[in-house]
Design a protein. Structure first.
Ligand code: 4AD
Ligand code: MG
Length: 430
């Protein structure tokens, strides 16, 4: 008895194999039962003919319910009409667990119902495709950086200080002291870049964002490269190569999954360097021409990002935002100190900002000044200030949100399906 995965079934044509999986669907027509078997690697139709099996096995096949778990043995046959090109004629069937009535049927369900049943919803072919693409994106991110000499340095999750503003911190008790769940590993990557040159971290990050939008999660995953001796230009160059590499990898390796999602890949195929770059000032002009009433000095809203992205085929960089609407660590442009040497990368097709990054302040006095302006406690940032005391160099980096990137590449209008178990404003279950 050779146990195989459905994805490898083509190597066993004409042979007897055993599959272990779940019943995705079942129909019968008197003398024959059709059992759709799913094993996580693929789906295949099993056919049970009354004449081929014992009466007990036939009765068992007849009694199978959706999502019952089974061990099925049979002969692999080529069948042009079958979805994967093969089907299996079953001669033996064992029940592992008979599922009680499954709450998710092929009919339509509301999103709230599906999110409450996320632990089961993961079994659907669409969710399977999304999460397989997510895994491919993560692998591509890491391959790109590993191949280019970036060292993976893990950042802590429990931190004593804020990175991205004090309004979105999740606070917890640390043996009588205050600690926060990390909003970003960036500050630690700056320390690591001074030790290793080029580094990155990849991990969960947390934002207590009281906003209920299709782009915000309370817990999301971010990949954050940081480079010593790099400026904003170099930062954007690395980003456009990085993002293009990731998109092309998914197109190359996950064609089947993109097809399951019915993703139109025309525009994804055009994602290659260079990406257009516009300044924040130019962005404001474009927005005003399109009827937006946003004011110079404020951060871009989701609607603004969509208008801007619509003007371009590829992802677009918006650089040099006013310092007043960005984080404390952003280096001012020496030619125009009221704007920062930063850039956000906006995805096409209305998916919004997927990357935030830029050049960091490398001057001790200026950094101290900014901490005070942002009312951040200097004690908590003592170690961070040290980086400006001992061999400070120009450096830059960025953070790419995995979920927004998955939403864009998969063509999903909400980030809740891009992560296995989403943490949202009014949902922490399952
Ligand atoms: O622009 P952000 O806040 O930048 C930083 O955290 C920097 N410290 C990164 C760095 O330079 N190392 O976040 C970066 C990205 C965003 O562009 C977005 O993709 C994602 O993280 N992101 C979120 N994704 C989902 N839900 C949220 N609440 C997010 N907040 C940010
Ligand atoms: Mg941002």
């Amino acid at each position: 008895m050779s146990i195989v995965y459905i994805k490898d079934i083509g190597q066993h044509e004409g042979k007897e194999v055993t599959l272990r999986g779940w019943v995705q669907n079942k129909r019968s027509s008197g003398k024959v039962q059709f059992v759709l078997i799913r094993d996580g690697s693929g789906v295949i139709q099993g056919v049970v003919f009354k004449g081929d099996v014992t009466p007990e096995t036939f009765a068992l096949a007849d009694s199978l319910t959706q999502e019952s778990s089974i061990v099925a043995t049979g002969t692999v046959r080529k069948d042009e009409r079958a979805p994967g090109g093969y089907e299996i004629s079953l001669n033996d069937l064992k029940l592992v667990n008979k599922a009680i009535e499954y709450p998710i049927s092929p009919k339509e369900h509301g999103v709230d119902f599906l999110m409450s049943h996320r632990h089961l919803w993961l079994r659907s072919s669409r969710q399977h495709a999304v999460l397989a693409i997510r895994a491919e994106i993560i692998r591509a991110c890491r391959d790109f950086l590993d191949e280019r000499g970036f060292i993976l340095v893990d950042a802590p999750i429990l931190t004593p200080a804020a990175c991205e503003g004090t309004t979105t911190l999740f606070e917890t008790d640390y043996f009588g002291d205050r600690a926060f769940l990390s909003q970003s590993g960036q500050l630690y990557m700056e320390a690591a870049a001074m030790a290793f040159g080029r580094v990155y971290c990849f991990g969960p990050t947390f934002r207590a964002e009281k906003s209920k939008t299709r782009r915000h999660l309370m817990e999301f995953w971010m990949i954050e490269p940081e480079m010593a001796f790099a400026d904003l230009d170099e930062d954007m160059r690395v980003q456009e190569e990085f993002v293009s590499y990731v998109v092309q990898r998914v197109l190359d390796k996950r064609e089947k999954e993109l097809a399951v999602l019915e993703r139109d890949t025309t525009r994804l195929k055009r994602v290659e360097p260079p990406f257009p770059r516009i300044s924040y000032d130019e962005a404001v002009e474009i927005l005003h021409r399109h009827g937006s009433e946003m004011k110079w000095g404020t951060d871009l809203g989701g609607g603004d990002e969509t208008i801007l992205a619509e003007q371009f085929e590829k992802p677009v960089f918006v650089h040099r935002y006013p310092s007043q609407c960005k984080a404390f660590y952003m280096k001012p442009d020496p030619d125009r100190p009221e704007v920062a040497l930063c850039a956000d990368l906006l995805a096409p097709e209305g998916y919004g900002e997927i990357i935030g990054g830029g050049q960091r302040i490398d001057d001790l006095a200026l950094l101290e000044e900014r901490l005070a302006e942002h009312s951040l406690p200097a004690e908590a940032y003592g170690w961070y200030l040290d980086l400006r005391r001992y061999g400070s160099v120009p450096h830059a980096g960025f953070g790419m949100g995995i979920e927004r990137t998955v939403a864009w590449i998969c063509g999903l209008d909400h980030v809740r399906e891009t992560i296995p178990f989403a943490r949202m404003l009014y949902r922490m279950y399952p």
